[in-house]
Design a protein around this ligand. Structure first.
Ligand code: AP5
Ligand code: ZN
Length: 208
């Protein structure tokens, strides 16, 4: 299936996408990870405000559409089924997506602002595996792993707040668009990861 997973920063998109990818044997396409792997890429020829994606990301701003659209197009062309995480983040990207693919399911992980901030500022990442943990809810047992965990550069409280306001302004209209279209399935993302997964899995099975 082709699955679109929407949700604010910290809603659990990465966490649930990993499970979707494994359970349904589809590609996890995530613009955030793709951009993090290319933070220093020279985009100055595009006549953008900054010369690299990293400068936008570390301030919590959106990377220009022309950079992101290209990443998504290539990734979707290569995928036989996917879960798309982190895209589209504004209505122009949503329109572009509509031109290049067909979606089977559109899910929204619904989480309140206070909980989002708690998740973002407490998130820690294992730089070796890319696995995500949380200082309060989910730390690894292995001491060696615990000691090498790092905080994402955009997970400071100030940048996290900026990302949430960018979501409200640019991405909420995308959510509203799918809601109006009648294709959106809203999932209570404040439940435990296992409970969220049960709802996510059922929604996808129901859609295909
Ligand atoms: P991106 O990497 O996409 O970040 P994001 O959308 O801000 O989302 P996150 O990765 O922060 O959160 P998540 O929903 O994946 O949550 P997670 O599962 O990790 O984008 C980063 C930047 O790249 C953007 O700011 C922008 O600059 C740029 N960018 C990316 N895409 C772009 C685009 N299309 N256009 C333009 N620019 C773009 O979970 C979070 C934490 O909560 C973890 O610690 C986890 O352990 C914990 N957790 C998860 N689920 C639960 C649960 N149920 N209960 C308790 N804790 C939980
Ligand atoms: Zn993520």
């Amino acid at each position: 299936p082709n699955v679109l997973l929407l949700g604010a920063p910290g809603a659990g998109k990465g966490t649930q996408s990993a499970r979707i990818s494994e359970q349904f044997d589809v590609e996890h396409v995530t613009t955030g990870d793709a951009l993090r792997a290319n933070k220093g890429m020279d985009i100055s020829h595009l006549d953008t405000e900054y010369d690299t994606p990293g400068e936008y990301m570390d301030q919590g701003e959106l990377v220009p559409d022309e950079v992101v659209n290209e990443i998504v197009k290539t990734a979707l062309q290569e995928a036989d089924g996917y879960v798309l995480d982190g895209y589209p983040r504004n209505l122009d990207q949503a329109e572009y997506l509509d031109e290049i693919t067909d979606l089977d399911a559109v899910l929204l992980l619904d989480v309140g602002t206070e909980e989002l901030l708690r998740r973002l500022t407490g998130r820690r990442v294992d730089p070796e595996t890319g696995d995500t943990y949380h200082t309060e809810f989910d730390m690894p047992d292995d001491e060696e792993v615990r000691e090498r965990l790092v905080q994402r550069e955009d997970d400071t409280e100030e940048t996290a707040r900026e990302r949430l306001s960018v979501f409200e302004e640019n991405t909420q209209p995308v959510v509203d668009h799918f809601e109006t279209e009648g294709t959106l399935v809203r999932i209570d993302g404040e439940q435990s990861p296992d409970e969220v997964w049960a709802d996510v899995e059922a929604a996808i099975e129901n859609a295909v």
